[in-house]
Each structure stands twice: as C-alpha cells, then as structure tokens.
Design a protein around this ligand. Structure first.
Ligand code: DAH
Length: 366
C-alpha cells in the first residue's frame, strides 16, 4: 500500500511538471494504459480473497481516479496555454498596405450618377429618392395620367398581381417622375432636387433593357419659366460633357405632367464615325439628337401634390442616365451595362480614386 501511495505521488508530481501535451500523454500510458502500472494493479484484484479485495479495490480505484483527473487537468491547462500563445502571435495587422493591383472598378452608371450629383449640387440641388416598388397613384394618377389616359399604355408597366394592404395597385416605377410628387408632398415648396434611380419597363432590345436608370430634376419656386429650364439644362450639359459649345434646341412636345412640354435636342457632329456633341445642329456637317424630356410642371400636378399652383410654379426634366453614359464615354451596346462582365468593367469602369469634383473636373479618365 505504501508503495502504491509513493508511486501515485511520483506520478502526480511528474504530471504537474510535464510541460507539453506529449509528455502528459506518455505519463498517462505509463500509469493508466493497458500495460500501465495502475491497470496491472487493478488486474491483481482478481486473485485476491474477497476480504482483501474489499479493502484494496477502493484504494486502487481512488488512486486511478486521482491520477486520471490530474492528467485531464494538466492537458486542459497546456491546451489553453497553446491557444493563448496562438492568439497572441496570430495578430491581424490592419496597417498593411492595400494590394498593389486595384481589384475593382466603379460602374459607369455609378460614375455618371456621381458626376450628375456633383454638378447639380453646385447649382443648389439636393438628391431625393423614392421607392422602386411604387403605387399607381404616384407613378401615374398624380402625374396627370388617370386610369384611362393613353400615355399609360406607352409605359409597358410591370404590375404586381395583388393590391397592397390599403388596396393600392402596385407596380415597378416606370420613371423617376413619381419622386416629384413625393418631394412636393414631403417637403412643400420651394424645391430644388434631382432624383437618380432605377426604373423598369417591359421592353428589351439593343437600346432598351427592362431595368434602366433615369435622373429626374424638379424646381418649384415662384415665377419660374422656361428660361430657367433652358439655362439649367445648358449649364448642366456643358459641365457634364466638358464642352462650352453645347447647343440646345427646345422642341414642342407632349408629356401629361408638363405644360408646355419640350423635348430637348443637342447638336452634334460626326467625327471619325462617332457622334461628337457640340455645335449648332443646323450647321453643315451637324445634326440634332434627342436627349431628354422636360417642361413647365403642369398645374394639375402641383395641385395633386397639395400645393397651390397660383402661388408655385416649376420646371421638371427626365433623362436616361445609361444614355448619358453611352454618349459621354462612347459605348455602343446598352445591354453590356447589365451583363456584369468583368472584362467590360475593366475596360469601361472607373478608378475608385477618380471621384468626380467640379474643381478637378467631372470627366474621370477611364
Ligand atoms: N418621365 C418621362 C419618361 O420617363 C421623362 C420626363 C419627361 C420627365 C418630361 C420629366 C419631364 O420630368 O418634365 O419618359
């Protein structure tokens, strides 16, 4: 028995002194393994007399439990020390420099929207937004297109099958014009906003995609007239195309939400087979290209949005962002905008460092 006690003490000391997991494991095999001395002692119980066994068994079992607990405790302590050391050495150095080769590019649509926001911010316009899942009233009715209006048919609208909780007919907005209504109702007058965003129409070919981008402009104030509209568009287009010789032609047109309505054309020349904006469209070698829709906000629209049309007037315009990007950066297929082809993005995308600013120029280099 004394021998058992002293072997146990020696084993416990050795376990406590072991400084790595392998050493603890060999101590376990030495004592508790199949051939270990504790296991051998347990085997001797079989040859003992019942009385002797009754006396010896609990002592040997107790020694076995004590050694097993000590081993388990030591293993755990060593394992957490290893983990602790690893946590200290495995640091994440956030000060490392960025990868040498830039990994991504800014999509031309995002770039052009940033350019537009920058140009209009300089003229005192704020950026407004509205939902892409819109209701019938904001998208059409409030814009002077009641249920039976023929202009509705021109929009190739994606309707949702069910009305919303309040019984409104829901759709994917077909233009950014509903943001006019939301801005007037939300903030009252005066207003100077642009509203860039996605719009949807059931239409698809080389120049139409079911989702595309527009930017809406709205100014509401007192004594607003077409001259303000023309100056604003001219200033915007000169800054955007970075040319002083941009010439506009205002052509009478029809939109339900403007009265009068004007279609704005821009003069261009053909140079080396490419359309280059600038110059009078009536000059030799030049022509006109339709660029955007606009007009003086219809009284009925101002009324629908809860303002008094005798007090407030305004002008509005809507233009395709994708089309502006194609014209400025000489791209020929609209569908490529939405393919997500990384080769196209590498070619036409912009560096994230090329932030458009008025001082450094909004014409980022591709
Ligand atoms: N919402 C029109 C469209 O998508 C574009 C438009 C035309 C917007 C005239 C306007 C506007 O604000 O005054 O076809």
């Amino acid at each position: 028995m004394d021998e058992l006690q002293s072997r146990k003490e020696a084993a416990l000391q050795a376990v406590a002194a072991a400084d790595n997991i392998d050493a603890v494991e060999s101590l376990r095999v030495e004592a508790l393994g199949k051939q270990g001395w504790v296991s051998q002692l347990l085997k001797t119980l079989g040859q003992m007399s019942p009385e002797e066994r009754q006396e010896q068994a609990p002592v040997i079992q107790a020694a076995r439990t004590e050694i097993a607990d000590a081993i388990a405790g030591r293993k755990e302590a060593l394992e957490s020390a290893v983990l602790e050391a690893q946590l200290v050495s495995d640091t994440l150095d956030l000060t490392l420099p960025a990868p040498e080769a830039p990994q991504g590019t800014v999509h031309p649509v995002s770039q052009v929207m940033d350019e537009l926001a920058e140009i209009f911010a300089d003229m005192g316009f704020a950026v407004a937004t509205g939902p892409e899942v819109e209701d019938d009233w904001h998208n059409f009715t409030a814009l002077n297109m009641p249920e039976s209006h023929p202009a509705r048919a021109m929009h190739d609208t994606f309707y949702f099958p069910d009305a919303d909780d309040e019984g409104r007919r829901m759709l994917l907005r077909t233009h950014t014009s509903p943001v006019q209504i939301r801005s007037m109702m939300g903030q009252g007058a005066p207003i100077r906003i642009i509203a860039p965003g996605r719009v949807y129409r059931s239409d698809s070919d080389a120049t139409h995609t079911p989702m595309f981008h527009q930017i809406e402009g709205l100014v509401i104030d007192r004594d607003i007239h077409l001259g303000h509209l023309k100056w604003t568009l001219e200033t915007f287009l000169k800054a955007f195309f970075e040319r002083e010789d941009i010439v506009l032609r205002l052509r009478p047109s029809y939109f339900p939400f403007t009265e009068p309505s004007v279609e704005v054309d821009v003069g261009f020349a053909i140079e080396k087979g490419r359309r280059v904006l600038g110059g009078d469209g009536d000059a030799p070698g030049h022509a006109w290209m339709e660029l955007l829709g606009s007009g003086v906000v219809n009284r009925r629209v101002i009324e629908s949005a809860g303002l008094d049309p005798d007090e407030w007037q305004g002008f509005a315009f809507g233009v395709g962002v994708d089309r502006l990007a194609m014209l400025k950066y000489a791209m020929d297929d609209l569908r490529a905008f939405f393919d997500g082809d990384v080769r196209w993005l590498r070619h036409y995308g912009f560096s994230p460092f090329d932030q458009p600013t008025l001082s450094a120029g909004v014409g980022a280099r591709a």
